[in-house]
Design a protein around this ligand. Structure first.
Ligand SMILES: NC(=O)c1ccc[n+]([C@@H]2O[C@H](COP(=O)([O-])OP(=O)(O)OC[C@H]3O[C@@H](n4cnc5c(N)ncnc54)[C@H](OP(=O)(O)O)[C@@H]3O)[C@@H](O)[C@H]2O)c1
Length: 334
């Protein structure tokens, strides 16, 4: 598996990240250990967890399983979501984050988190309180890099500008939902990550199992998995995307899930966070590390799953100007 830089940071991570949301829940200790072993044997080093996953059990299991391999791994975790009943047992307030980081380090059995992420935007805490707390963690060596999840573009911009003005370490990554059937972030959030040199860690890259192809239009979804209860909500456009994905997978001699992850890998700066409930799921998903889709296939998948732009995104560009790279460099195209 190739290794890539996380955004503009110096942190090197595997180009697939193993999501551990199922650890301590639907995946027991043995299944979780088998997944970690399989992932590392394939060259994977990057793991994502959160304090809230199975109320700490995911972090605890990941820490135990990594054990002496901790230094070979890059561990990302998150805070902000409720970990208790009180008003201070949640949020991105100084009071909560200090406690949350302490508890995460304890459960993970480590002295530092490689990437510490705010799980979601907190409209109840002043952003400067949150960012100065994160900066303190970095200065204390308990957190090596900071990132966020589920932010939109203006929230990213505001956070990075505040960090710059204060001389703090900047956010290195965003963790958004991103897949062939969820591309809304391309409208406004993804451009903000590019402007700021942030890596993108795509959660639910298989739309919680839909893009494996195990669900069919009008078929009985019961017993198939987590996505079963959402099948009826999938719009026609999603089924059309799945049809094209199946065709692309057949042409490349692979499975829809593998092709769906390879499509994400074709996007610059994007690292899919693969989830699994059974170790054998990884046979299909890890194959994506070795699959480069043809340009023609990527174009077809882009087209069939294109998100509907609304105003002002569809207002159009200024005619007669050469394209410019977001970083301000001319692309050279005429
Ligand atoms: N930041 C956030 O707010 C947020 C939110 C959600 C997730 N995440 C992160 O993203 C990670 C991945 O999320 P996700 O689990 O939703 O990802 P996903 O890759 O979209 O879905 C994974 C699920 O698809 C099914 N699946 C995967 N491979 C399969 C295969 N080969 N055959 C059949 N079914 C297969 C399994 O579920 P079934 O067995 O149930 O079908 C598996 O748990 C999480 O572990 C977590 O680290 C972050």
């Amino acid at each position: 598996m190739r290794q890539v830089y996380l955004g503009r940071s110096g942190l090197v991570v595997s180009e697939l990240c193993l999501g551990t949301m199922s650890f301590g829940g639907r995946a027991d200790r043995d299944a979780a250990r088998a997944m970690v072993d399989r992932f590392m044997a394939a060259g994977g080093t990057f793991f994502d967890t959160a304090d809230v996953y199975n109320h700490g059990a995911s972090e605890e299991l990941l820490g135990t399983i990594l054990g002496k391999d901790r230094d070979a791994a890059v561990v990302a975790t998150k805070a902000t979501m409720p970990m208790g009943d009180g008003p201070n047992d949640r949020s991105s307030s100084r009071r909560h984050l200090v406690r949350a980081l302490h508890d995460s380090l304890d459960r993970l059995g480590t002295d530092r988190v490689d990437l510490y992420q705010l799980h979601t935007w907190d409209a109840t805490t002043p952003l400067d309180e949150t960012l100065s707390t994160l900066e303190d963690f970095v200065r204390a060596g308990k957190v090596l890099h900071v990132g966020v999840s589920n932010f939109v573009g203006w929230q990213l911009e505001r956070a990075v500008r505040l960090q710059e003005a204060a001389g703090y370490d900047r956010l290195v990554s965003l963790q958004p939902q991103y897949s062939l059937v969820e591309r809304n972030i391309e409208l406004e959030t993804l451009p903000a990550t590019r402007e700021n040199g942030m890596g993108v860690l795509a959660w639910s890259p298989l739309a919680a199992g839909f893009l494996t192809g195990k669900y069919t239009r009008g078929g009985d979804p019961s017993g198939k998995g987590r996505f079963a209860r959402f099948v009826d909500d999938m719009p026609d456009a999603g089924w059309a995307t799945l049809d094209e994905l199946r065709a692309v997978a057949d042409e490349h001699g692979t499975r829809p899930a593998t092709a769906a992850l390879a499509w994400l890998r074709s996007k610059p700066g994007v690292v899919p966070i693969v989830g699994a409930t059974r170790p054998d799921h990884l046979d299909v998903t890890l194959a994506a590390a070795d699959l480069d889709l043809s340009t023609e296939a990527v174009d077809r998948l882009d087209e069939v799953s294109e998100p509907r732009l609304g105003y002002p995104w569809d207002f159009g560009s200024i005619p007669g100007r050469p394209p410019r790279h977001p970083a301000g460099v001319s692309t050279g195209a005429r």
